[in-house]
Design a protein around this ligand. Structure first.
Ligand SMILES: Cc1ncc(COP(=O)(O)O)c(C=O)c1O
Length: 376
């Protein structure tokens, strides 16, 4: 760690693009026969779309999903190939349609008004514009309801001018493999697709890929598993870990048994202890719910987080590490291949997705690609 950003920063976030691309390849194999896209919304789940998307492109990925139009515009600027497909899940807001055409973005049309607005624009443009149609099969979030979809099918003129790339829907509970809602959604999705013979479908997110071949259709849309989050609840995680977060020790102190620590004195030493203050806090996305619950590590020694998470610091109990090892400027691991994103999430009472997308901007970021560490 000789990079000056690393020297200056209170914490270092290392993002392993090699592992991330291996994860994409594993998902592609798992969904063999379908195209494997990549969901890179929310700045590639907090890991940096500018670095993640081109790396996935180099691995062979040609279709990317973002949520917002602005994310799509940024992504178009960083992908090396203008023909790579960028799908925008939120679809076009009224008045934004021409921005899609300018950046060659394909909207996911989620409502009849979006279908009509896109069709109107198609009439002005070349006469045909690419689009994706989303149908709601049980999430009640985005997409045409059953009735709206039926009315679309009853009025095929509504689809004129739209080069539909595929029809998609989103699973509610795919990580819980035995939840009966998965099969209900599958049946609804198959019924919708049957109304458009020959149309490609897309239903599976990361977890959906592991529900089996019936869920794969023509294209799968993994996000979280690319970034190392476990796709199947209660089963061993087949994905490679992608992030390592190391926090820098600012200060160490010895405290007597009975010493209370941090805001609100929510923790008290029950033995003479040595504590280390680390330069990461909730302003960095290290969630406050980890107060008295988080776990750091030094090599293989677990370091319990004691007291409340503050805005810029946490305090960990380093009593069990030889004193000479943890000194000012030393690094402790806050998330790493052993203490992974899912484990941190569980202790914080949330999901790995939230841990990743909360990762702060104060961390010195470095990327591993081709086996080499490169600064951001
Ligand atoms: C519509 C849609 N498809 C795919 C994904 C990717 O899901 P996951 O991160 O669970 O793989 C998301 C993420 O929320 C989504 O909203």
């Amino acid at each position: 760690m000789i990079d000056s950003n690393v020297t200056r920063a209170g914490a270092v976030l290392t993002i392993d693009l090699d592992a991330l691309c291996d994860n994409w390849r594993l998902l592609r194999r798992q969904a063999e026969g379908a195209e494997c896209a990549a969901v890179v919304k929310a700045d590639a789940y907090g890991l940096g779309a500018e670095r993640v998307a081109p790396a996935l492109y180099r691995a062979g990925c040609r279709s990317f999903f973002v949520a917002h139009l602005t994310e799509g515009i940024h992504l178009r600027a960083v992908l090396p190939d203008q023909t790579a497909m960028i799908y925008v899940l939120h679809g076009p807001h009224p008045g934004s349609e021409r921005d899609f055409v300018r950046s060659r973005l394909v909207p996911v049309l989620n409502s009849l008004p979006q279908v009509k607005a896109w069709q109107t624009l198609a009439q002005w443009e070349d006469g045909v514009l690419p689009a994706v149609l989303q149908v709601d099969t049980g999430m009640a979030r985005l997409g045409l309801s059953e009735d709206e979809f039926a009315s679309l099918i009853a009025h095929p003129a509504l689809l004129e001018g739209l080069a539909l790339q595929f029809v998609m829907s989103h699973l509610v509970s795919a990580e819980a493999q035995h939840d009966p809602v998965n099969r209900r959604q599958l049946a609804r999705f198959e019924a919708a697709l049957a109304q458009l013979p020959g149309m490609r479908g897309s239903l599976a997110n990361s977890s959906g890929i592991f529900l089996g071949g019936e869920y794969h259709f023509g294209l799968v849309r993994p996000g979280a598993a690319l970034y190392g989050v476990a796709p199947v609840a209660g089963q061993a995680n087949p994905m490679r870990p992608v992030i390592r977060l190391q926090g820098k020790v600012l200060q160490t102190r010895r405290v007597d048994a009975g010493t209370a620590v941090g805001y609100g004195h929510s923790w008290m030493a029950c033995r003479p202890s040595r504590l280390a203050t680390v330069a990461v806090g909730y302003a960095d996305g290290y969630l406050r719910s980890l107060s008295n619950r988080g776990l750091a590590r030094y090599e293989d020694v677990p370091l319990p987080l004691v007291g409340k998470v503050s805005m810029d610091t946490i305090i960990v109990d380093v009593t069990d590490v030889p004193e000479a090892r943890i000194v000012e400027g030393a690094f402790v691991d806050l998330a790493d291949p052993i203490n992974g994103v899912d484990a941190v999430a569980e202790r914080a009472g949330t999901i790995g997705y939230e841990i990743l997308t909360s990762l702060g901007r104060r961390y010195a970021r470095q990327y591993i690609e081709g086996g080499r560490i490169q600064p951001d």
